[in-house]
Design a protein around this ligand. Structure first.
Ligand code: GTP
Ligand code: 5AD
Ligand code: SF4
Length: 325
């Protein structure tokens, strides 16, 4: 266990069709009540315990993490946890104009922003709330000015929806300031209506880019790195491909996930998690929580992406907006 991915809210202001489709996450949807969501102090205590078990990298996610009030305060608290070498955040970028400087000042090390298209019509259709890409791009500029470098950009590629954006995105985010990562569309949760035909395989993505911008593979930064790395041969920086459908990487997975309501999930595709919040609020000691987490981690046998078939797609799975990306 090396990475802890912490979802700080299950809410989002976007309704990306591949993640929180409007038809399901509509007006009547039951988001978590405030009392069920871990406080910053509870998150910090758990993070300290996870760090004691070997976690050295923390990623804040959601839902949209910047919808959580005062998130920079959590960043400051986590910055005080011994043993962490990396503290990072994945956001849809909608609030970066307002928040980037405060996040940097609070000690956030790195930033990943989801951008699925540069074409505004396509971007608006994918977030399905009509949010303009220009505001996200402005947020990215503000984050750069605040000192985040390089910034990672995540693009989920969906067949027939934004595949024509692969090259424009590769051109736009070239250079040392950015690392653009293309993510194969995945069957997370049970609501996005995933079909294998909607996936643009990693190999095809690389071929399309390399046809215009020659690429060469790079070695992984560390064992278990999610993205396969390439660099532009002309020195135009680096890209990554996250091929969890066509080339799964479960064998090297070191990621634990803490949902907004304090459950420990050992896989992005798990249906259930272990309720840490109940133990915490019932007065469990650090030693008891450590022991519980260790037992859960040792018992894990997750390898969903390696066994995925058209039949596993309908297995019950937690939604990504609850347990984080
Ligand atoms: P860094 O290397 O720290 O920058 O992070 P990363 O490569 O882990 O990137 P990030 O955390 O942004 O993950 C990118 C995306 O990869 C996620 O948003 C998910 O879509 C996907 N991903 C991450 N972890 C897993 C996993 O365990 N299984 C699968 N199938 N996909 C994952
Ligand atoms: N398949 C692939 N990536 C997804 N993300 C959300 N849902 C999916 C999906 N079904 C991505 C987001 C964000 C990251 C947290 O996960 O776009 O970049
Ligand atoms: Fe919100 Fe991110 Fe999910 Fe889009 S992918 S709906 S931005 S949580």
């Amino acid at each position: 266990m090396r990475d802890l991915r912490i979802s700080v809210t299950d809410r989002c202001n976007f309704r990306c069709t591949y993640c929180m489709p409007k038809e399901v996450f509509g007006r009547g949807y039951d988001f978590l009540p405030k009392a069920d969501i871990l406080t910053f102090e509870e998150i910090t205590r758990l993070t300290r315990i996870f760090a004691g078990l070997g976690v050295d990298k923390v990623r804040l996610t959601g839902g949209e993490p910047l919808l959580r009030r005062n998130l920079p305060r959590l960043v400051s608290l986590l910055n005080e946890v011994d043993g962490l070498s990396d503290l990072t955040l994945t956001t849809n970028g909608s609030r970066l104009v307002e928040e980037a400087a405060a996040l940097r000042a609070a000690g956030l090390h790195r930033l990943t922003v989801s951008v699925d298209a540069l074409d505004d019509v396509t971007f608006r259709a994918m977030n399905d709330v009509g949010f303009s890409v220009h505001r996200v791009l402005r947020g990215i500029e503000v984050a750069r000015a605040a000192g985040f470098a390089p910034i990672k950009i995540n693009m989920v590629v969906k067949r027939g929806v934004n595949e024509e954006e692969i090259l424009p995105m590769a051109r736009h985010f070239r250079g040392p300031e950015f690392i653009l990562r293309f993510i194969e569309y995945m069957d997370v949760g049970n609501t996005n209506g995933w079909h294998m035909e909607d996936v643009v395989p990693a190999r095809e993505i690389v071929e399309r880019i390399a046809a215009e911008l020659p690429l060469e593979p790079l070695a992984a930064n560390y064992r278990g790195e999610v993205a396969r790395r390439y660099r532009h041969r002309d020195g135009g920086g680096e890209i990554g491909i996250i091929s969890s459908v066509s080339q799964p990487f479960c064998g090297d997975c070191t990621r634990a996930r803490l949902s907004a309501d304090g459950r420990l999930f050992t896989c992005l595709f798990a249906s259930t998690g272990t309720d840490l919040r109940a133990r915490l609020r019932a007065g469990a000691s650090d030693a008891e929580l450590t022991d519980l987490i260790r037992r859960v981690w040792h018992a894990r046998s997750d390898r969903y992406s390696e066994i995925r078939t058209s039949a596993t797609v309908s297995q019950p799975k937690a939604e990504m907006s609850l347990l984080g990306g």
